[in-house]
Every structure is written in C-alpha cells, then in structure tokens.
Design a protein around this ligand. Structure first.
Ligand code: XUL
Ligand code: CO
Length: 445
C-alpha cells in the first residue's frame, strides 16, 4: 500500500479532501489532476520518475502569510499547541497528511522548519533529534522520502552579516554547528541530497567587505561540510542554489555561471551540483531555461526549485508555476540533458497571502504539477515529432564537414580562417528563423 496510503495523524486537518486522483483534461473536479498522471510513461520513464516532485516544508506548513507590511493571515490549525515539540509533531502530521493526499513522493526542509530553534544550541540539537525520530516513523509509514535537507542560516539575527562568510569567526562556528546538525538530520532520514542556499552569504556594502577573504571562507566551509558528511556515509549530492540578491544586496552565488566559476576555482566540482530556481533566474535577469542550460552544459544540472515571479514586480514572489509555454522551454532543456542529476522538482512556492483556505494549498500544488506535466508532454512531442532539433542542427551544418569540421577539431589557425574568408567573398545571409521555432513551441503546447 506504500505511496498510495493516506497518512492521517491524531486529527485530520484537510477534511473532505482525499487522495487526489488523475481525471484528465475533461474533468471539472477542482481536486483532481488534469495532466499529471503519475503512471503515464513519457519516453523511458513515468511522470512520477521524471519529476520526483517535492513539497517545501517552509512555505507549505510554516508560511502563515506575514509580509513586511502586515501580520500573518493564515490560521494553520497545526500551529496552535503551546509546547514547541507538540506544535512540531502536529505540523508533521499535517505535512504527511497533505503529502500523501496530493501523492507527491518527496519533501524538503530547513532544520528549523521541522521544529522551532531552541534557546541555545544544545536545546536546538535536542529538539531536532526528537522531531527527526518522528519524521523517520512518518516516512516509514508513508513511503514518502526526503529529497534534500538544509540549514536555515539566514533568519536568526546572528547571521545578519552572513553565516560561513561572516567576518566574525564565532558566527562561522555557530553556522558550522547548525550545518553539522542539519547534515546529521538529512543522513538519519535517508535524504538523497543536501542544499546550500546562501541568503546572507554576500554583502550589503562592498566598503566594509573583504570579498576575497569571505569567498575563501565559504569554500573552506563547504569543503568541511562535504568532508564531514562523507565521513558519516552520505553518498548523495550537494547542491548550491544560485540567487543574485534578496535578502543580501549582492549574493555570492549570483547565478549558475558565477557558481560554476566558484566551484571550479575552489575544486568542488566533484561533489557539488546546482539547484536552479525559476524566480532566482529571473531576478538575475536570466530566463529559467538559460540557467538550466548553463548548468546542463557543465554537467551539473542537479535539481530544480519550481515557482515563478511576477512580470510587473521584480522581486522573489515565489508563486506557483502556471506558465506552460515557459515551462515547455524548460522541459526541452531538461529532456535533452537526460533529466536531473540526483535531484527532483521542489515546489519552493507559496500560496498568496490572501489565499487563506487550506484547500488553496491543494489547488496550488495540483496547478503546478499539471503545468509541469503538460509542459513535459509538449516538450517530448516537440523533440520526437517536430523538426525542432533538425532545424536547430541545420543552423550549424557548415561545421559538420570540410573546413568547418577542421576548425572544430582545432586543425586550423586564425590565418587559415582568414585565407578561407578571402577566397569565398561575403557570406550569404542565413535567417535564424526565431518565429518559426516559436511557432513549433505553440503548436505542441
Ligand atoms: C530562498 C530559497 C530557499 C532555498 C532553501 O529564496 O529559495 O528557500 O530554496 O534555503
Ligand atoms: Co529555493
């Protein structure tokens, strides 16, 4: 019964909603998938295997809707108990009820999403041990797995000047203690990967910042975390999650290319890959598909954080993904890369502040999963049935033989190229036919 069993704790939080079925695009049922059919085979895998969807613990069970202008709007019934451990258990009951009802195979957490941070390190460690015992029971009962764990190194005021890049060694040590505990928790729960998102690893002003020294510290810290986890038997991937800014003015992991330069410079390419997030890509003035392509071309497309921004306001709105044409472009990169290296698709997305019904959490995930499913089918059909790939290849046909091939193989010099140019006159104009490519996309969406 594993993976189709709905797990309800001591009370049912999402009453009246059962396991979400696949009903197809003709269905009007709001609690049914129209496109995501976990058993449907696309290429050589089922949809479930392609996506490896994950629920983000922080937005979905902890995010109560407060923003810089106003208080929480969401009265989550699992956050009412007085005792922090009881509250954490209730939240976990709600989480596993939701995850098993929606039929998502994985979840992801920060340490202090699971349970609130204690008054001191000892108390936080104790709380984490208790709640991860409970999580292990819930995972065994349900078959739900941990896609990745991480440590929250950005909310507590101690990290206002950074965590691993803090100019104060005492804070770096505290961050190390927290990462050690988060790694222990991830390993204990069979987590398949571990993520570093450096929200405050960056600066607010370069005037008071020794950037070189901070980057050296960050690399040293990542080496130590890797060594510790490996010594504890962790075989999974480490992911860095690029984001250019917010909360820092400038984040060191700015975008995929910057992360790659860092990983190469500090000899971390063997263990670290990238977790690409849609809204982080757009904050960096890139498209999602650009960031995926940069990662894929370097062999480090590890995982994805799914969401979307808002075209009108530049910041990180973390909305649920719904834009099928954009996702289809992303799925073209995903399929051509042969999928993700070890990761999955984590919904790092939140329902809007005024979406206050518990049912909204279901609508949001159903919508996101359907959007990805539709995009996957479209991308698969484009690659299999259209002239998309052939036409793209044709643009480069002059490199397939003769001098073009010799150039690619490093057999020609700059002088050789100049001689060829002198002998063949003005090159013919060749259209890039962008509109034709766009039409193919639309035809299959
Ligand atoms: C913040 C963000 C994080 C990471 C995990 O923008 O994306 O939630 O995914 O720390
Ligand atoms: Co994220």
């Amino acid at each position: 019964m594993k993976n189709s069993t709905v797990i309800i704790g001591k009370q049912e939080y999402f009453q009246g909603i059962g396991r979400i079925p696949f009903e197809g695009r003709e269905s009007d049922h709001p609690f049914a998938f129209k496109w995501y059919d976990e058993n449907r085979v696309v290429g050589d895998k089922t949809m479930k295997e392609h996506f490896r969807f994950a629920v983000a613990y922080w937005h979905t069970f902890c995010g109560t809707g407060n923003d810089p202008f106003g208080a929480a709007t969401k009265d989550f019934p699992w956050l009412t108990a007085n005792d922090p451990i009881e509250r954490a258990r209730d939240k976990m009951d709600a989480a596993f009820e939701f995850i098993t009802k929606i039929g998502i195979p994985f979840y992801c957490f920060h340490d202090f999403d699971l349970v609130e941070e204690g008054e001191n390190l000892g108390e936080s460690t104790r709380r984490l041990e208790i709640i991860t015992d409970y999580a292990r029971e819930k995972q065994t009962e349900s078959g739900v797995k941990l896609l990745w764990g991480t440590a929250n190194l950005f909310s507590n005021p101690r990290y206002m000047n950074g965590a691993a890049t803090n100019p104060d060694f005492a804070v770096v040590c505290y961050a190390a203690a927290q990462v050690k505990n988060a790694l222990d928790a991830t390993i204990k729960l069979g987590g398949e990967n571990y993520v570093f998102w450096g929200g405050r690893e960056g600066y607010m002003s370069l005037l008071n910042t020794d950037m070189k020294r901070e980057l050296d510290h960050l690399a040293r810290f990542l080496h130590m975390a890797r060594d510790y986890a490996r010594s504890q038997g962790f075989k999974g991937n480490f992911f860095i999650e690029p984001k250019p800014m917010e909360p820092s003015k400038h984040q060191y992991d700015f975008d995929a290319a910057t992360c790659l330069n860092f990983l190469r410079q500090y000899d971390l390419m063997d263990d670290f890959k990238l977790n690409i997030e849609v809204n982080h890509a757009t904050l960096a003035q890139h498209t999602f598909q650009h960031e995926l392509q940069v990662a894929a071309d370097a062999g480090v497309l590890g995982s994805m954080d799914a969401n979307r921004g808002d075209y009108q306001n530049g910041w990180d709105t973390d909305q649920f993904p719904t834009n099928v044409p954009e996702l289809t472009e992303a799925m073209l990169v995903f399929l051509e890369a042969g999928g993700l290296k070890g990761g999955g698709i984590n919904f790092d997305a939140k329902t809007r502040r005024n979406s206050t019904d518990l049912a909204d959490i279901f609508y949001a995930h159903i919508g996101g999963m359907d959007a990805f499913a539709r995009a996957l089918l479209a991308a698969d059909a484009i690659l299999k049935n259209s002239s998309y790939k052939a036409w793209r290849e044709q643009r480069y046909a002059s490199f397939d033989a003769g001098s073009g091939k010799d150039f690619e193989n490093g057999k020609l010099s700059l002088t050789d190229l100049a001689k060829l140019a002198a002998g063949s006159g003005e090159p013919e104009k060749r259209s890039g036919r962008q509109e034709l490519f766009e039409n193919i996309l639309n035809q299959y969406v």
